[in-house]
Design a protein around this ligand. Structure first.
Ligand code: RNT
Ligand code: ZN
Length: 431
């Protein structure tokens, strides 16, 4: 368990944060950057927190269920949420430590069906009534996902592209039900729900027919999306993957497959940072795909050697994601979600660290002297472009961030960690 040693950042006074901010604002102004405008924009950026960080992608259907489908969570930090109420309390705690108004991203197998067993194709909005009421009270938007894994009909590695029509139909019905649930959530909360379809389908070893499963998947998706739903309530997204554990040789829903599908059907394309070759960056793809798809969903994650779903840290990769969204003017067309699961550290701290980092990367991008940088590039002065980009790394983003936290009534600096320790002591360790 963690220690509770005092740390200096927690002691920073509000006055010191404000004074440092004033100096930072002046410094940015010298570079032509309007810090207040950046903060105003940042206040409107919502991050979709993934419920599954709180219970190691367990869901509430079957407490002893196997995760499978290429997903793996490692670690056994004490105190994971065992019930929907515990999970909601943990998310509430994380949200208290994150500045801004955000969203909850829920998976279908977090349904609350009481004593009744309801199979996935029969799920309906009433099974999520408590989640929706809670979100309404907390002022959160919600996003949703059909759960096409951790189920006997997903055990052989195929769902929407299964060669058995009956299995395929089951998953089509589950995804159709999920869209209806998403639309009902969107209507209830007055904010469109992004319903994201990810399926694990693929082969461990080399197939001889790569085509037929993809044809079946395209047809199945068309069936899933056949019923028009109002975009102010529900937006459909599709998520690709390069490989998974047990689908190392072939994944039906590859990037090329879904890029073509999303472009031709005008669906939201989901890019997960862990779903590409390790040297590929999803940031680099944003400006390319945005020419062809209406909107983007990001699963901000961190792969370490593979799609390991590590907690998002403040890497170059993350910073480039923030920069590409902001530089392209894509904030209004991008849904920023998180997707990581680490059970080896305090799960609430994992949410707080990953979400705060993601927001801070957007802030850093909003604080770029972008007009000056563009001018240098357009003048062919790549020397000065490089010099200024490097100088930007030395500008005091942290001072602006701390001020933003203070103004948003959330702890600045590392002070949030004290509160996580308190919660660990008073709540998690009692579980
Ligand atoms: C799996 C995908 C997917 C899941 C969640 C739980 O590789 O990234 O988004 O992580 O649906
Ligand atoms: Zn993902």
């Amino acid at each position: 368990m963690s220690a509770t040693a005092p740390h200096p950042a927690a002691a920073t006074s509000d006055a010191a944060v404000e004074a440092t901010f004033e100096l930072a604002r002046e410094l940015y102004a010298a570079y032509g950057v309007d810090v207040d405008a950046a903060l105003e924009t940042l206040r409107g950026v919502a991050i979709s927190l993934h419920c599954w960080q709180g219970d190691d992608v367990g869901g509430f259907e079957n407490p002893d269920g196997e995760l499978g489908s290429g997903l793996a969570v490692t670690g056994n930090f004490p105190g994971k949420a065992r019930t929907p109420d515990e999970l909601r309390a943990d998310i509430d705690e994380a949200l208290r430590l994150i500045p801004g108004s955000h969203r909850l991203n829920l998976h279908a197998f977090y349904a609350e069906t009481g004593a009744q067993r309801v199979d996935r194709n029969e799920l309906a909005v009433e099974h999520f009534a408590r989640w929706i009421d809670w979100a309404k009270d907390a002022g959160l938007g919600m996003d949703f996902n059909p759960t096409c894994f951790a189920h006997p009909l997903a055990d052989d590695g195929f769902t929407l592209s299964h060669r058995d029509e009956k299995v395929r139909q089951f998953w089509i019905e589950h995804c159709q039900a999920s869209r209806e649930i998403g639309a009902a959530m969107g209507a209830a909360l007055g904010s469109p729900c992004v319903t994201n379809v990810w399926i694990p389908d693929g082969y461990k070893d080399q197939p001889v027919d790569r085509l037929a499963p993809r044809q079946r998947l395209a047809d199945a998706l068309d069936a899933v999306f056949a019923k028009p739903l109002p975009p102010e309530h529900n937006l459909d997204a599709v998520e690709s993957k390069l490989f998974g554990i047990g689908s190392e040789s072939y994944v039906v829903g590859s990037h090329e497959f879904y890029l073509g599908y999303a472009a031709s059907r005008q669906k939201v394309l989901c890019l997960d940072a862990g779903h590409f070759h390790p040297t590929e960056s999803i940031a680099e793809k944003i400006s390319a795909v945005m020419l062809w798809v209406p909107e983007l969903l990001l699963h901000v994650s961190r792969g370490v050697r593979w799609d390991s779903d590590h907690v998002v840290t403040y890497t170059d990769d993350l910073q480039l994601i923030g920069q590409e969204i902001v530089r392209g003017g894509f904030l209004g067309r991008t849904h920023i979600g998180l997707d990581f699961f680490d059970a080896s550290i305090n799960r609430i701290a994992a949410w707080v660290i990953g979400t705060r980092n993601t927001l801070r990367s957007v802030l850093a991008a909003l604080l770029e002297p972008i007009d000056r940088l563009r001018e240098l590039e357009n003048n062919g002065d790549y020397t000065a472009r490089l010099a200024l980009l490097e100088q930007c790394k030395a500008l005091p983003v942290g001072a602006v961030w701390d001020y933003h936290c203070l103004r948003s009534e959330t702890p600045a600096g590392l002070a949030w960690l004290d509160e996580v320790h308190r919660y660990e002591r008073d709540v998690l360790s009692q579980r």
